[in-house]
Design a protein around this ligand. Structure first.
Ligand code: DX5
Ligand code: ZN
Length: 222
């Protein structure tokens, strides 16, 4: 399987959002990564439902929505209604994670859980079978353009072994500081999907950069 690439719209040009959505539609990217921040769970505020609906209106690929918010349970239906296909909540924001995951699935979305850099992978062992995706944060959430935390590579390896052992179907996605070098190490460690914001939108040819990330796949590396 080739690497799933999910460009982060946090780094797009918000004054030209339709243009950037169409660039992704026409590229080899697989998903749109959409970062929602509430200024409470993380020290930044990004955007909410109207922007996600606007992206959905033009997007021809699934919306991979990463919510960095407190009380995610209060907003699940609204995320569904604005066009979310995959909804990823933070482990650290969910008191009753199993209930939240079931609620996301019952609304017809795929369910993911994100882990902050300090949160150990093995905390997911009793819920891994219920998950469609695990998002390993390789920066502290809140901002694009931060430096990659190398321990994320060990976490991907641990998660890969947990998934293999439990025969879970969960995909491993990594978010933060991804470029071609960190991306290669992550794919080699077992990552299925890479999020990239500043690396894609800061490049002179975003579509080609997406293609380069897409070509990272583990069989190629053996
Ligand atoms: C950070 C967000 C990321 C962000 C990644 O909290 O979750 O998705 O956009 O940006 P880069 O790829 O620039 O590190
Ligand atoms: Zn994200």
């Amino acid at each position: 399987m080739s690497t799933i690439v999910s460009p982060s719209m946090l780094s797009c040009d918000f004054a030209n959002i339709q243009r950037d959505v169409e660039m992704i539609n026409n590229s080899q990217a697989d998903w749109f990564h959409i970062d929602v921040m509430d200024g409470v769970f993380v020290p930044n505020i990004s955007f909410g439902f109207p922007i996600i609906s606007a992206i959905k209106k033009h997007a021809t690929k699934p919306l991979d929505v990463h919510i960095m918010i407190e009380n995610p349970d209060d907003y699940l239906t609204e995320f569904k209604n604005c066009g979310t296909d995959i909804l990823t909540v933070h482990y650290e924001a969910c008191r009753h994670l199993h209930r939240t995951i079931q609620a996301i699935k019952s609304l017809g979305m795929k369910a993911g859980v994100a882990l902050n850099p300090h949160t150990p992978v093995d905390l997911l062992k009793d819920i891994i079978d219920d998950l469609d995706l695990v998002l390993i944060m390789s920066v502290n959430p809140g901002f694009g353009g931060q430096k990659f935390i190398p321990n994320a590579i060990n976490k991907v390896k641990e998660l890969k072994s947990l998934i293999t052992k439990s025969k879970s179907k969960a995909l491993i996605e990594v978010d933060g500081g991804v470029n071609i070098d960190t991306g290669r190490l992550l794919v080699e460690a077992g990552a299925d999907a890479l999020v990239a914001g500043s690396f894609v939108f800061g490049s002179s040819n975003p579509s080609k950069t997406i293609e380069e990330l897409k070509q990272l796949n583990s069989t190629e590396l053996i």
